[in-house]
Design a protein. Structure first.
Length: 255
């Protein structure tokens, strides 16, 4: 189970990992089969057979995004034996669908992950991190973590989440990468493909290379995981283009 981990120090401060005050949102359950848990703290269920596209491909995406979020959690909160089985299953599926590089990155990262200490995790991704996992931080690097442009950036993400009857419950910021990866699997099969595509293309993918580069420079194994997530997002978006091409060819063929 993915859990966005917050330390006691953070809870006491009431701030996110990049120092920005958390935006409190009311939970909106709606009628889309989601659980009552806020996004970023709980799980949601997908309806079988819902939405467009191949169910097999969607299941690969669900499993991969969920695993990515779990691997970004505090290491001691993750069950090693259980997640090792998931890593191998997802790596095999990614190797068949996305390519050997992404599968190799996942397997290589997991071997490194076994040796990551709590101190290393906190220094890299937690309090005053060397690589904040907030996409808006990288989008507005020169304007500050609490700048008006970044708040608008987060507000637009919140609006998209609300279209899916999802909210954060004040637990995390909307541009936190594990929240985004959770949204990307929760939102599959909901008939809102354009919204998912917008989150990937406008709010996530443009900033992933900067995060990967930052982690590479510090020699952190997390660069492999984030590069794998970047590859997954690129494949996720590409499949929409392939569906559009197939639809156009079908229309031309019937003309």
């Amino acid at each position: 189970m993915m859990q966005v981990t917050r330390t006691k120090t953070q809870e006491a401060r009431g701030k996110s990992r990049d120092g920005t005050d958390s935006l409190t949102l009311a939970l909106s359950q709606g009628e889309r089969g989601l659980t009552a848990s806020p996004l970023g703290r709980g799980r949601a269920e997908r309806s079988e057979g819902s939405g467009e596209g191949s169910p097999e491909i969607e299941q690969v995406l669900v499993d991969a995004y969920r695993l990515a979020g779990d691997l970004l959690a505090y290491p001691e909160d993750v069950e090693t034996v259980e997640i090792e089985e998931r890593v191998e299953a997802v790596a095999r599926a990614l190797g068949e669908r996305v390519g050997g590089q992404t599968a190799g990155l996942l397997r290589s990262f997991f071997e490194d992950w076994k040796a990551i200490t709590p101190g290393e995790y906190i220094d890299t991704l937690e309090l005053s991190p060397r690589c904040p996992l907030y996409l808006g931080y990288w989008a507005f690097l020169n304007e500050g973590p609490d700048s008006p442009p970044r708040r608008r950036f987060m507000g637009r993400l919140i609006d998209i989440y609300r279209r899916f009857d999802l909210s954060l419950g004040g637990k995390e910021l909307p541009d936190f990468l594990p929240v985004v990866t959770e949204f990307l699997w929760v939102s599959l099969g909901k008939g809102e493909d354009e919204a998912r595509r917008q989150v990937i293309e406008k709010f996530a993918l443009p900033w992933m290379p900067s995060m990967v580069e930052s982690l590479e420079k510090m020699g952190s194994p997390y660069c492999k995981l984030l590069k794998g997530i970047q590859n997954l997002m690129e494949w996720d978006v590409q499949r929409y283009s392939e569906v559009e091409v197939e639809a156009s060819e079908e229309v031309l063929g019937n003309a």
